[in-house]
Design a protein around this ligand. Structure first.
Ligand SMILES: [Zn+2]
Ligand SMILES: [Zn+2]
Length: 323
């Protein structure tokens, strides 16, 4: 049994009709995440959203491990390597293969001669190859010795028990202002992998580092594990009756996230500033373009919580602790 519906709690404070709607929604959510590595849930919990609304959320605890492919590779090991040996990087809205030639050409690409990610004698790429070095190189204040590195953290650096718990409203609570996605990320993909906020590309580049995404748009940090900054067709989903595209995720505000392209292969033309629009199925988002470094840049409704602690009660309105 991979999920539970927490029916006793539900019956205490819901009218029967409401309880049925919640049960249906939980069943839909459990089915949607059938291919995720689910530790527990989805179950019904009380939650306080980012705007202070107290409501019912679903809670699901997952491991960030897609079941249908193996993440990576990220950094090539030699300037002679082809695109199979590396991932992708984004610049000015374009997706670049991180192959050996890309590494060798960084100084020209960015017009900055300080770039030197490889040993000029051997052609070996300078890659973070331990947990300690990937963490040191991924910090906002990159230590001088890790400047000019291709930064990759490997999935095996994660604690074997590491998981992420998402607490997301069952029914979206629209908010007067849009909510930036940087605090809790954009949402969760159908395979249980976090759909993250924009990667801090400017800070990464300022340290003369590159932190490539694999060809599926993901990479690893040792806090949240494998996560996406780009939504690609590696993310499978469900094609629900009457919907205009494949549903690939659920946003932190409870609205669905659909693939970038509609079922007819065209891009929707009427998206709002948060990449959302209304069709027969209601309001939903479409993931941003691969090169945009924004799966979603904002959310229309109040957001829930994402935490490494499965037992934490969600209060998204609380001020985050100072770092
Ligand atoms: Zn990242
Ligand atoms: Zn749509």
């Amino acid at each position: 049994m991979r999920y539970s519906f927490a029916l006793p709690a539900l019956a205490m404070y819901c009218s029967p009709a409401f309880a049925d709607a919640n049960t249906d929604r939980l069943r839909d959510i459990a089915g949607f995440f059938a291919n995720a590595t689910v530790i527990s849930g989805p179950s019904l919990v009380d939650c306080t959203l980012s705007g202070g609304t107290q409501t019912s959320c679903f809670s699901i605890t997952v491991k960030p491990e897609p079941q249908d492919y193996t993440p990576g590779p990220w950094c090539p090991s030699s300037v002679d390597d082809t695109a199979d040996a590396g991932g992708i990087w984004l610049k000015d809205g374009e997706v670049h293969d991180v192959d050996g030639a890309f590494i060798a050409g960084l100084a020209a690409l960015y017009g900055d001669d300080i770039w030197q990610l490889f040993d000029s004698a051997s052609g070996a790429v300078r890659v973070t190859d331990t947990k300690e070095s990937c963490e040191a190189a991924a910090r906002p204040d990159v230590a001088p010795e890790y400047q000019n590195y291709c930064v990759q953290c490997l999935p095996e650096y994660m604690d074997a028990n590491a998981s992420m718990t998402y607490v997301i409203p069952l029914v979206p609570q629209d908010s007067a202002r849009s909510n930036r996605t940087n605090v809790s990320g954009a949402g969760i993909a159908s395979n249980g992998v976090r759909l993250d906020a924009a990667a801090p590309v400017d800070a990464i580049l300022a340290a003369h580092t590159i932190a490539p995404f694999d060809d599926c748009g993901g990479h690893v940090n040792t806090h949240v594990g494998y996560h996406y900054h780009v939504a690609t067709d590696c993310i499978k989903g469900t094609q629900d009756a009457g919907s205009d595209a494949v549903r690939i995720g659920i946003a932190m505000d409870g609205y669905d996230i659909y693939a970038r392209l509609l079922l007819d292969g065209t891009a929707p033309a009427d998206l709002d500033s948060c990449n959302g629009h209304v069709d027969a199925g209601g309001y939903h988002y479409h993931a941003g373009e691969a090169g945009s470094n924004a799966i979603l840049s904002c959310l229309k409704a109040e957001t829930g919580c994402a935490s490494e602690n499965p037992d934490q009660t969600c209060d998204a309105s609380a001020r985050p602790p100072r770092p």
